[in-house]
Design a protein around this ligand. Structure first.
Ligand code: SAM
Length: 421
């Protein structure tokens, strides 16, 4: 027949017709997701068991009950991702693979049988949002929802944040990088509720715009997110966030968001928290949480280093975008070698960079840009880094850029290094 057969990991996909979407470059995205789900679901099941024990629903003498884990792949196309989850993530007990396209669902049905996962995967032909709204009530919510659309995912987020369990995991891809990376700031605002900037750290900024967008959707329903991992790769970004319920924690959202003042001359960015709560270090009782008001925007909105004006972007998520302990867990699991992932080496390289990232420092400088604005010959990267470290500041790369400099050093200090070079 005219069928094309594609193999990825243990899955075999028959592309019955050309209308159905398949992108081989996304193997890395799917491998990463398989790894994340394996590690996340171990924690998820442990937390569920502890909860049941606390509630007295099980006691230590009984054998542990099987924890149900249901996953929704809201935009499934060929069903490849769902097949891989069914075969490579043993904790999952049920998968719903959905697509709005009839030919996609036909292809999926063939593929589920062909891969012998039709007992685990139920296919669904529906609009993703309509399907998710049917799962809003707590008893019907999903433990995991994966949203991997063409372009922008924001139209699905309202439904996602309502149909996921407390402590469940949301996986979201965005491929509209031009919009997120500052080429169309107005469109970015209308789609994501934040203004993007054309800056050297645009890939991390894209991640932070998507995270603030998910958080805002979640907050409407007294829910909030905890990012476990946020990745920029190839032509897309992908975030993995836990979603929790808690009206009290939602009040802290403004302290996790910031506006960004970007100097149009030297690309230095100054972050301005929207407000919120933070511990007051001078307080006799440091644990007492005090409200604080953000200070004003950079004086005269002209850059202190090069006197160019500022542009305003954001709001962005300015709290950590990864959980370091979770990423260590991913690296450990990967090192065991039990998962046979085609892109394991790339995953190891990427996650090893992620785990070293300074979590409390949003955005970054880029080495080449710093020297080019000053018309200077580039200093060796290692020399620059040791200068920062020797002065007692921290420095790291970002996984999103090969020549990035993330640092706790104030911008004045960076400028002093450049001036003395
Ligand atoms: N997740 C897939 C993978 O890893 O191979 C790729 C998904 S593809 C990028 C996007 C799919 O979303 C298309 O098959 C399209 O038919 C489907 N789609 C678009 N709008 C939708 C909607 N509102 N509800 C459900 N599916 C939708």
């Amino acid at each position: 027949s005219s069928e094309k057969v594609i193999r990825e990991g243990p899955a075999e996909i028959c592309l019955v017709n050309d209308k159905v979407f398949y992108n081989p470059v996304q193997e890395f995205n799917r491998d990463l997701s398989v790894l994340v789900l394996n590690v996340f679901l171990e924690d998820y099941k442990r937390e569920k068991l502890e909860f049941l024990r606390k509630k007295g629903k099980i006691n230590d003498s009984e054998s542990e009950p099987k924890i149900e884990v249901n996953l929704l792949e809201a935009l499934s196309a060929t069903g490849l991702r769902s097949i891989r989850y069914a075969k490579e993530v043993p904790s999952i007990t049920k998968i719903v693979a959905n697509d709005i396209s009839e030919s996609a669902v036909k292809t999926m049905n063939i593929n589920m049988k062909h891969n012998q996962v039709d007992h685990l995967v139920e296919t669904s032909h529906d609009d993703a949002c309509m399907l998710m709204y049917k799962h809003k009530v707590p008893a019907k919510r999903f433990a995991v929802i994966d949203v991997d659309p063409y372009g922008c995912p924001s139209i699905f987020l309202d439904a996602c944040v309502q149909s996921i369990q407390d402590g469940g995991l949301l996986l979201v891809t965005a491929t509209d990088m031009a919009i997120l990376a500052g080429n169309a700031p107005e469109t970015c605002y209308s789609k994501y509720g934040a203004i993007s900037l054309r800056t050297k750290s645009c890939h991390e900024m894209a991640l932070r715009i998507l995270l603030q967008c998910i958080e805002q959707h979640a907050n409407r329903y007294s829910r909030y997110i905890e990012p476990l991992l946020s990745i920029s790769a190839d032509f897309y970004i992908r975030v993995f966030v836990k979603v929790y319920s808690g009206a009290k924690q939602c009040k802290q959202t403004t302290s996790k968001l910031s506006m960004v003042y970007q100097c149009v001359g030297c690309d230095v960015k100054t972050l301005q928290p929207l407000g919120g709560f933070k511990p007051n270090p001078t307080d006799k009782n440091p644990n007492e949480i005090k409200a604080f008001l953000p200070s004003g925007p950079p004086v005269g909105t002209h850059c202190a280093h090069c006197n160019h004006p500022h542009k305003l972007g954001g709001p962005i998520w300015s709290a950590p975008i990864h959980s370091q302990s979770f990423v260590y867990g991913l690296l450990e699991h990967l090192a065991k070698g039990t998962l046979k992932l085609g892109t394991a080496d790339r995953l190891d390289g990427m996650l090893s960079m992620v785990v070293e990232e300074l979590v409390d420092v949003p955005l970054y400088y880029t080495h080449d840009k710093l020297f080019s604005i000053m018309n200077l010959k580039t200093m060796p990267m290692m020399l620059m880094r040791s200068a920062i470290l020797n002065a007692g500041y921290d420095v790291s790369f970002s996984h999103a850029c090969r020549v990035s400099i993330k640092t706790t050093a104030p911008s004045q200090f960076i400028w002093d290094i450049l001036k003395t070079w």
